[in-house]
Write a protein that binds this ligand. Structure first.
Ligand SMILES: [Zn+2]
Ligand SMILES: [Zn+2]
Length: 177
């Protein structure tokens, strides 16, 4: 029984999750993401890997926690951590285990990205994001630089509705390419 459960393929997991959480709709797409405005979860099964199941659980975690926006880069990382915690809860209910190294690798991607964009381009001091979130201000040399909105949060045209959600939550490993 346990072996059968461990060998469950992502398609079976999608079916299980769809039945368990009928409030969300799961669709094939080109990455793993949660679209809070349309309650859709997209998945990409083109390259088979055990992380597909984990990404499905992670996006479902964002969905269950109703993540729909964040004000700062740091807040995004907190949401990412929370989504993985939720993913672990769902995983244990389904008798699946998520590789802890995979979770840490995903979170490291975010931490590295946050670190890179918070370094002053002029004097290399590490700075904090300003209230106006698209700007960082160096407290050392007073340089101000603009950062693009999070690369983990992009506008995405839904296949179900014509309106464009303002934000979506991507699985970080779907973006490292
Ligand atoms: Zn995420
Ligand atoms: Zn500086």
């Amino acid at each position: 029984m346990a072996v059968t459960i461990l060998r469950r393929q992502p398609m079976e997991i999608i079916e299980t999750l769809s039945n368990k959480f009928p409030q969300f709709s799961y669709h094939e797409g080109h990455s793993f993401l949660w679209s809070p405005e349309t309650y859709e979860i997209f998945y990409d099964l083109r390259k088979p890997s055990p992380s597909q199941t984990w990404s499905l659980l992670h996006e479902t975690g964002h969905a269950l926690l109703e993540h729909n926006y964040y004000d700062t880069d740091l807040e995004l990382i907190k949401l990412e951590v929370a989504a993985w915690e939720k993913a672990k809860e769902i995983a244990s209910e389904l008798h699946i285990s998520i590789d802890e190294d995979h979770i840490q690798d995903c979170l490291d991607t975010y931490r590295d990205w946050l670190y890179r964009r918070s370094i002053c381009p002029k004097c290399s001091t590490k700075c904090l994001q300003q209230e106006k979130i698209e700007y960082y201000h160096c407290f050392n040399c007073h340089t101000i630089w603009k950062v693009t909105p999070s690369r983990f949060c992009r506008s995405y045209r839904s296949t179900k509705h014509t309106k464009k959600p303002s934000s979506v939550f991507y699985a970080s490993d779907g973006l490292s390419v």
